[in-house]
Every structure is written in structure tokens, then in C-alpha cells.
Design a binder for this molecule. Sequence first.
Ligand SMILES: *Cc1c(COP(=O)(O)O)cnc(C)c1O
Length: 385
Amino acid sequence: MARLIKGLDTKLIHAGEPEPLIGGAVAMPIFQSSTFEYTGEKSYHDLRYIRLSNTPNHAVLHAKLAALENAEAALVAGSGMAAISATLFTVLAGGGHLLAQDCLYGGTHDLMNEEFPAYGMAVDFIDGDEPATWREALRPNTKAIYVETMSNPLLQVSDLEAAVAFAAENGLLSIVDNTFASPINFRPAEIGFDLSLHSGTKYLNGHTDIVAGAVIGRAELIRNVTRTLNHLGGILDPHACFLLNRGIKTLGVRVRHQNESALKIARWLEQHPSVSRVNYAGLEGHSNHLRACELFDGFGGVLSFELAGGLDAAVRFIERVTIPINAPSLGGVETLITRPATTSHSGMSPQDRASAGISDALIRLSVGLESSDDLLEDFETALGA
Ligand SMILES: *Cc1c(COP(=O)(O)O)cnc(C)c1O
């Protein structure tokens, strides 16, 4: 009988895994073969070849990721940016225009600003919290609206339901970068998003040892993005597929721990006299708290904050903490700390950063899986010093 696979945690372990097991192997083996014997495939895209993302290692991930977000289909890519660029080059092919949330992941923002013009594609940035202003940015060639589940590093939550409704009303595709929430906290297809994008480098893999990406959503769109990726070549190799699949199996226990630990840390920081501001959607005082409660099953493991002592205090704090590693990126098992002005958002001009609310003193924390009591003790010592 087929295995019973219903709950999210069962899907993490078993969805997409071969039945019967290959050679009885409990862990999916790595198919380290660039090409496969021809068995009469009719189309180029059906030839079995690693660059066409159709080896057994790809197939397991595609089925698993689609199941996790209750979507029709999925595709993995060589990085989050490969997933994002292949998707946007597909959706905006032939000179399309995009409406995109104004505070985006830096790489995505730069892709739109620096690469789009050369390919005849255009973008207008919109305030994700002000749906009434979106209509005036529409053009006859607008193809899609692009948002992120939670913005980096201020953890703002755009009006995601309005983005889906606006897309439907205006014949656009709705696309969301769901990296920060992960399928544990939010499944975009459930509220009607056409496509969900991930940097699998972050929570999905969770162990800070590969870069990977994913596109999840409607089957017809996934097919089209796959064809683009087949030509662009930014694919995930089978060994990285194996690692990503291994990482995904513990996504539930990791993200729930990170939700809990980040909330505890955010509350602790909020009441600390040396801390002037904390950004975390799980806090009652966050401007998007109610929306986040309605949409999400948890608020994620990333938060940001400022110290009363400003930039000097921030630099000292990062030097003095002993557990968090001073590094960009997020979503792994180890706690990472960074000042976005020097890393993730250093590509923005100081004026753009200031108008986005990202001060030089802002500290971003990606909470890992260490004991939260140890982290709090470490922070107390660093703040008291
Ligand atoms: C890291 C990240 C990306 C880019 O992913 P890579 O795997 O580094 O290419 C895209 N979106 C968000 C929200 C990210 O955090």
C-alpha cells in the first residue's frame, strides 16, 4: 500500500521519495551521472541529463517541495538568484514590466535595476503596504507583481492577500519570495499565489553548506521556467540535491525551534534598557503584527534591532558576542549576526538605505539552534561590558 503522507512533517521526510526504495536504500542515493541511457524520449527537454534538472535526485525534490507548499509543481535551481532570474526572464520575456515591492533582497533589487534594462524589461517599485497606489503604476505590458513574505532586514509584511487579488483583477501573475518564512510558516499557494521562490541556501537546506534555489507553483508556469533554466544552465547538481533533500527533512523541527527562540530573544531585547528598537513581526508592537498572525504559522528566525548607543555600540556588541558568527546570510543552524549596511545592503546608496529605514547602526540576527538561554546570557554580557 502507498505510504500515508498527509501532515507537513510527514511530507518533509517521505513526499517524493521513491517507492519502492531504490535497492532498499533508506536515504535517497546520489545519481552522479551526467547523462542517462536513451529510452525513446520525444523532446529535447525530456532527455535525461543533469542540466535538464530531471535526474532522480531532482525529481524527489520537485515532488517534495510542491507537496510542502500544497502547490502543483516545483523546480530546484543552482541558487536562489538562479531561481529568481530564470522566473523573471520567463515571465517578462519580450519586454514585460514588473511591479515589485520596494524593499527587496539586495540581489533581486540589483537584478531588476542593473540587468532588466539591457533585456528590455522594466520594473516599478511599489509600497507593499499601500495597495491603493498600485494601480497607477500599471502599464499595458505589466505582467506580474512581485513581493517578499517578510522584508529584509526590517521584517515588514506586505499586504500579501491584496497582491494576489490585484494580480487576479489585472491579469497579472503573483510571485512571492518565501525564503524568510519557509513552507513551515507560510505556503503561498494556499492564498492563491501563482509562484513562490526560495533561496534554498537559507532555511530549506539550513546547514550553511550549499547554495540552492527553488520555484514552486502552478505546473504550466513551472514547465515554462524549467525550459528557460534548461537554456540558461543555472541548475543544482545531484550532490547538492542530495544535501538539500537531507536538510529539508529537519525543516520542521528547525524552523519551529527558531520561531520560538527568535520570539523569546525579541521580547528580551525589547525590554532591555540598552536596546532602542526591535523589528520582529511576532512582537505586538510591530506594525504588521496582526497581518503576520493571520497569514503565518510562525514569525521566523530573523530579527533586527538597534542599540541606544547607536553605531559605536552596535560595532562593539558584534565584536563582544561569543556565540553568533559575524557573517551575512541566514536560516542556518548557527546564529549569525551582521550589520546590513556593511553586508546585505551595502550595495544600496546611504540615502536609499536611510529612506528604507535601514540605519548604519541596525543589527540583524539570524537565530540558530543554540540554547536561547546561552544566547541571552551572551547578549547580556556583551551589552553590559
Ligand atoms: C539569500 C536570498 C536570496 C538569494 O539567494 P542565493 O541562494 O544567495 O542566490 C533571495 N531572496 C532572499 C529573501 C534571500 O534571503
